[in-house]
Design a protein around this ligand. Structure first.
Ligand code: ZN
Length: 61
């Protein structure tokens, strides 16, 4: 994506949810402390899960 290999540890400008899942798989051995890309992917997926949980709660509240 955007010309950078997924193995690169730098954060990217735009990250999709499916790309974030691939990042977590490829960077499984990285620590969040040293890997900006894994940090970004983790934050994105956490936010997505939180948003989904809130939408789910609103629907059945
Ligand atoms: Zn990494």
């Amino acid at each position: 994506m955007l010309g950078l290999p997924i193995e690169n540890h730098e954060a990217v400008g735009i990250m999709t949810l499916s790309y974030a899942r691939d990042v977590l798989r490829v960077h499984a051995c990285c620590t969040l402390l040293v890997c900006a890309k894994k940090r970004q992917a983790t934050a994105l997926l956490n936010a997505a899960h939180r948003a989904a949980a809130e939408a789910w709660g609103r629907r059945f509240a």
